[in-house]
Design a protein around this ligand. Sequence first.
Ligand code: SF4
Length: 446
Amino acid sequence: MARFIPALARRAVPRYTSYPTAADFSDAVGPAGQATALAAVPADMPVSLYVHIPYCRALCWYCGCNTGAAGQPERQARYASTLMREAQLVGSMMRGEVVSIHFGGGSPNALPAALFEQLVGHLRNCFATSEKPDIAVELDPRFLEREYCDALVRAGVTRVSLGVQTFAPDVQRRIGRIQPFWQVFEVVRDLRYAGIRHIALDLMYGLPGQTIDDVAETIEQAMRLQPDRIAMFGYAHLPTVLPRQRAIDACLLPDEAERFAQSELAFSALTSRGYSSIGFDHFARPDDSIAIAAAQGQLKRNFQGFTEDAGLAVIGLGASAISQFDHLLVQNEKHEAAYRKRIDHGRLAGYRGIVRTQEDRMRGEAIAALLCNGSVNLVDIANRGGSAADSFTPSLPALGELEQHGLLTREAWQLTLTEEGRPYARLAAAALDGRRGGAGTFSNAV
Ligand code: SF4
């Protein structure tokens, strides 16, 4: 078991799904930069699409996603039509081969099944797509009928992740998401019957009123569903930036020691059942492609979290979607009306972002290596970037603090997290961050 160190566990740090993080974005980047980055994608570059569907049929109080009520079918049809026009515009401006498509949200299954199928077909027409792209979809199992599972298969979907969070009925009531075990069980059965082979579950710790026994019981029940992957996220309570979280009774939130114990319980329960630990919050069966990628040192980190995605750039489509290029991060307009207005005027929807300097790229590579592999050699990265190692100096006091606690070892410029340091990986990443001290509201390190 890793050691609970209160002062470190409670420290607020980014999740580093990108570097620089979205907190560093500004309006200095917009559609012009986005257009230049798209035009620079070479024909032989593998790229991934991220498609954001900002709707849910029922909103959960804990959620930090950019989403809203699905409303009437006309609203969804109008959004899908805008997305299709954006795909046409973006597809006409770039080359590159789409090797994977990820639908996130929100809940992509808030769209009617026929509209979802139409959307996938349209994307395939707008972009040069590999013969069998990996198509992944985030799903809300509360609203997934059997016919929808068939539609997913017809659309070529290869993997899905189901939002579960917890099976404890009391905790479900406190987060505004009622979803009994039998409901998820039937959805998993229907998905497998339809032909979806890869199923992941999203779980959470640190929820209001959640106990360590609840986490253990939820994992027990999750095991009955035999998921290929499990993501175990710590709940981040940030009601000042996420107003819907005000419905959550903050007095019921577990304290830092309890959060830490829940996180460690999840780690030992899942690894003892044969799941490989991936990064700091994912678990996968050893024969799952993400576990194989991790074992081969090929794991990557992007806005979807840890991934084995082969894409070298991510093209974001839809309101708030973020595109990731080597030299640029750019986010689409967040609000649906503003996003639609841009597309209606035939313009790209990027409205803020950041140009990644050479130093940013090296720091980003170092942070991703540390989070994905638990170790990094800064000299190797500097050499690859054609720079001296001290061109992106880490924070030595921050590293020293982790060393003192036995969480990290440092030999020259080789940094390695110890077994005890695993839960504190984001703190080690923060020591390589040259931009912190700026704006941003982040979640606890554990
Ligand atoms: S947790 Fe999922 S289903 Fe609930 S509001 Fe957020 S995106 Fe929608």
